[in-house]
Design a protein around this ligand. Structure first.
Ligand SMILES: C[S@@+](CC[C@H](N)C(=O)[O-])C[C@H]1O[C@@H](n2cnc3c(N)ncnc32)[C@H](O)[C@@H]1O
Length: 213
């Protein structure tokens, strides 16, 4: 999937996204924000923030920046921030999460909800998330990975050529993703219906940096 195909897919979704993917994926969003264990004054970056469904979940004592490549999705997010008076959201910006125009080590926490299997290059995304997160900070990902059940995995492989149209890759393999992404995973657990999605809570940087944080 390239950026153009992604933007096109999410332009189609923008107005119906909350109905299709709102409630069904919401337990995962809530579980991610709980896993962040946010502390007062922390800076949080959410990549692929979409229509901003997660934004009301953050506590009002953190500062949240959301980025997304789709202007159509961001319009909905900005409207939500205005209407719900989410003062903890300092900006919602159009930006490619694989090439962020943000300085290194800027955030205490970097979050990606249902984004890893949407971007063109998941490993490049993770590299960027690590770069903008301070050493010892948290990186939390929730995503669907290829099912361990043979029949479901077969169906996921079958529909994977349609990724460009459905707007995500249904068969990203968790083990090879983790092997190549070099993430220091401190907790892995399942969420949403049938435990079909995985939450990965990771510590950024070396174990020494984590101890010093
Ligand atoms: C499945 S939606 C998830 C939206 C939101 N995080 C949620 O919880 O519903 C994936 C989002 O990732 C965005 N996205 C895909 N590739 C991106 C990229 N390279 N940079 C920034 N956002 C991207 C899409 O535009 C879309 O809004």
């Amino acid at each position: 999937m390239n950026l153009e195909a992604i933007e096109k897919a999410y332009r189609r979704y923008a107005h119906s996204y909350d109905h299709i993917f709102g409630p069904v994926l919401h337990p995962g969003r809530k579980a991610v924000v709980d896993a962040l264990d946010c502390q007062s004054g922390q800076r949080v970056l959410e990549v692929g923030v979409g229509t901003g469904l997660s934004l009301p979940l953050y506590p009002d004592y953190v500062d949240v920046v959301g980025i997304d490549i789709s202007e159509d999705m961001l319009e909905q997010a900005r409207q939500r921030v205005r209407e719900m008076e989410l003062y903890h959201v300092s900006s919602v910006l159009r930006m490619d999460a694989e090439n962020m125009s943000l300085e290194a080590d800027m955030f205490d926490i970097v979050v990606a909800m249902y984004v890893v299997s949407v971007v063109s290059d998941p490993l490049r995304l993770v590299e960027e998330m690590k770069r903008v997160c301070r050493p010892g900070g948290k990186i939390v990902i929730v995503n669907h990975f290829r099912s361990k059940r043979k029949v479901i995995a077969g169906m996921e492989t079958l529909i994977s050529p349609l990724s460009k149209y459905i707007g995500f890759r249904p068969n990203l393999d968790l083990e090879s993703f983790l092997l190549r992404a070099g993430l220091d995973v401190i907790e892995e657990r399942r969420t949403n219906a049938f435990g079909y999605w995985t939450i990965l809570t990771c510590r950024n940087g070396s174990p020494e940096a984590a101890l010093a944080a």
